[in-house]
Design a protein around this ligand. Structure first.
Ligand SMILES: C[S@@+](CC[C@H](N)C(=O)[O-])C[C@H]1O[C@@H](n2cnc3c(N)ncnc32)[C@H](O)[C@@H]1O
Length: 389
């Protein structure tokens, strides 16, 4: 956009949004992909790049929720300033009048008494631009717009961006079946990276539900992009969309696939969840190598090999039930797991206390709106630390 070859040579400011507490994790992911200068923001990181990076990261980033490309940033003193500056943007260079659009984002500013109003001002600026130019106006579609404009206002500073992802990137396209409390796919991928799993120790999720943690673990270990099954990306609706470049990036992604480097084991007490996880796993070539069984966690087949356990047990049940279950988890970890690491995400503080093991790491995270904690425990036979977590 703007200039030669639809702006493909232009340096872009790219903001990758993540969930609370995962900024460093997302930075680590980008560094692994070779991005050297990654600035950490609040629930986001920022890099400089080109459109090829935007396509690549939409496909490959497992820890991003959305990828924004900045159109412009400026300071304002009044509501009018916002409308005037938004009216100067040549919106028709970004998308055509036949596309549906929406303006969303975040507003933290005293300049506006009504926090919906800034979105309306930008929407009006867009509609006026097209009407003046073509006599026609693009339709607004709040739920599934083809083009999503991001408006961010912090006091007097305004940033207007295009959201190149559209629907959030946790809509991977592989989870056709889920239970009552599935873990968000981006949270699952971010926890796996944060956990420090070496991608070669056997991965076990004894409360696997629909299999999200196992799937994200297997995708990471085999080098398959988490979004390989996803079809929708808002950038495909932009005027400058380069189908050839996208095809190249997508085809390259299918060439780097490795075989699974270790065993992946899942189990769940519910037969229905076992069926659902198997159905989700069928989406992938590695699916048949992932061992899923229907049994309670403490009946999972014993093994002498080191295990990396990552799981989100049920939580938010009645207090006594949480305490009883987590106390059983603690006993199982202490007496049945010979060697390894266990990483648990839960919102149940009482549950964590009932595990009765000293954690080596503790991080505050959210699963959706749920305030959770993610704790790691090092497990060695004969070297149990029975201190409260
Ligand atoms: C919070 S959900 C896990 C969701 C999963 N991470 C996903 O993405 O779908 C907890 C799961 O634990 C299972 N569960 C409950 N009690 C269990 C037990 N004693 N042993 C094994 N699984 C159990 C439930 O059936 C449920 O699927």
């Amino acid at each position: 956009m703007n200039g030669n070859k639809n702006g493909f040579d232009k340096e872009l400011t790219i903001t990758l949004k993540c969930f609370f507490g995962f900024e460093e994790t997302l930075k680590e992911e980008l560094v692994e992909y070779g991005y050297k200068e990654v600035e950490i923001l609040n629930r986001a990181v920022q890099i400089k790049g080109k459109w090829k990076d935007v396509y690549f990261l939409n496909l490959h980033s497992r820890c991003s929720i959305a990828i924004l490309v900045e159109i412009t940033s400026f300071r304002i003193k009044s509501e009018n300033d916002l409308f005037n500056r938004a009216s100067k943007i040549k919106w028709s260079e970004y998308f055509d009048v036949k596309k549906t659009f929406a303006v969303k984002g975040a507003i933290y500013s005293d300049l506006f008494t009504n926090t919906h109003y800034p979105y309306l001002l930008v929407k009006d600026a867009i509609v006026d631009h097209f009407r003046d130019l073509t006599g026609d106006r693009p339709d607004i579609e709040i739920k599934r717009p083809q083009v999503l404009i991001d408006l961010y206002i912090s006091n007097t500073e305004v940033t207007i961006s295009v959201n190149t992802s559209g629907n959030p990137l946790f809509q991977r396209g592989y989870r056709n079946a889920s239970g009552e409390a599935p873990i968000n796919e981006v949270v699952a991928a971010s926890l796996i990276r944060m956990s420090g799993w070496d991608r070669k120790t056997t991965l076990l999720d004894p409360f696997c539900g629909s299999g999200t943690l196992l799937i994200e673990g297997a995708l990471l270990a085999s080098g398959i992009p988490s979004n390989i099954e996803r079809q929708h990306y808002a950038f495909k609706n932009f005027k400058n969309f380069d189908q050839k470049l996208w095809d190249e990036i997508y085809d390259n992604a299918t060439r780097i696939v490795r075989e699974l480097p270790c065993r992946f084991i899942g189990s769940d007490i519910s037969d229905e969840m076992v069926l659902k996880s198997r159905r989700n796993l069928r989406e992938f070539s590695f699916g048949r190598f992932i061992e899923i069984s229907g049994k309670p966690f403490n009946e999972v087949e014993k093994t002498d090999e080191p295990l990396f356990i990552i799981s989100n047990p049920p939580y938010g049940q009645r207090l006594e039930l949480d305490e009883e279950l987590y106390s059983e988890i603690g006993t199982w970890l202490k007496h049945e797991i010979k060697e390894g690491t266990a990483c648990i995400i839960s919102s149940s503080e009482e549950g964590f206390k009932s595990i009765g093991l000293k954690h080596s790491k503790k991080v505050k995270v959210y699963n959706g709106n749920l305030d959770c904690s993610f704790r790691s425990y090092e497990l060695f036979e004969g070297k149990r630390r029975d201190t409260i977590s």
